[in-house]
Design a protein around this ligand. Structure first.
Ligand code: SF4
Length: 249
């Protein structure tokens, strides 16, 4: 049986640094490649690598309508730094308006179901539209970010979306990323200096308390095992949650 592109890429990517991983993937995978940034520190390093190498990878972001002002400000600084614009994708206005009209503007605090419904409308559906027809999706996921991400590999098959998912920072630690960010003077979110490590929508993200895990500030009012928004799907088509596959960025 012919090895799949993922089987070919995985060992080759493992021996390379971020720049060469992205370059190799672009050479090997035909078709449209999409990188989705939420302007976190990992995503900023990937954006830096794509833009400085001039790789033919679309850099896009999901504007949920509930982003922090600091994130929007970083978006603008990033565009200025690299002299490139980042394409946004927005939620469909009618389903979003219907949801807010029926459940309220901050319904996500009421139950996991309301929160997942909001994530579905504001994130998952727009992601599906922007990945439609793409052959590869590049993310800034790291395996050591949380238990739910332990299984993240450099190259995976996203069976549900029928594309290759590339996580070129899968084996990087936050310390290495911070080092690279400083070395290349990559712009970062002002919220990181205020105790926010993982940054998502403003009403669903808080600063970390000392000793808390990296993603403890996301949907902090929920139990850990329910903290997923549905963007990441495992090889079996189920949502990636490490040891308990089910339902996140
Ligand atoms: S993170 Fe919060 S505001 Fe953003 S889409 Fe999910 S529930 Fe809605």
């Amino acid at each position: 049986m012919k090895p799949s592109i993922v089987e070919i890429l995985q060992p080759r990517l493992a021996a390379l640094d971020l720049d060469h991983r992205l370059k190799l993937a672009r050479e090997v995978i035909p078709g449209r490649m999409v990188f989705t940034t939420s302007f976190g520190i990992e995503d900023q390093l990937v954006t830096h690598s794509i833009f400085t190498q001039g790789l033919e990878i679309d850099v896009v972001t999901i504007d949920t309508g509930r982003l922090f002002e600091e994130t929007v400000e970083l978006w603008e600084r990033t565009e200025a730094r690299y002299a490139r614009h980042i394409r946004p994708v927005y939620p469909q206005p009618e389903p979003l308006a219907d949801f807010v009209a029926e459940h309220g503007i901050n319904a996500f605090y009421r139950s996991v179901e309301h929160r997942k419904a909001c994530c579905e409308i504001r994130k998952v559906e727009p992601l599906g539209r922007l990945l439609a027809g793409a052959s590869a999706w590049v993310t800034g996921l790291r395996a050591d970010q949380s238990q739910a991400r332990e299984g993240v590999r450099l190259a995976e098959l996203d069976a549900a979306r029928k594309l290759v998912k590339l996580n070129p920072l899968a084996d990087y630690t936050r310390e290495i990323i911070v080092e690279k960010i400083e070395e290349f003077s990559v712009p970062v979110n002002a919220l990181h200096a205020k105790g926010f490590l993982s940054i998502g929508c403003a009403p669903c993200t808080r600063a970390l308390e000392p000793g808390e895990s990296e993603r403890a500030g996301r949907w902090w009012w929920e139990e850990d095992q329910k903290k997923e928004c549905g963007l990441h799907v495992g090889p079996d088509g189920r949502l990636t949650r490490g040891s308990a596959p089910e339902g996140e960025r």
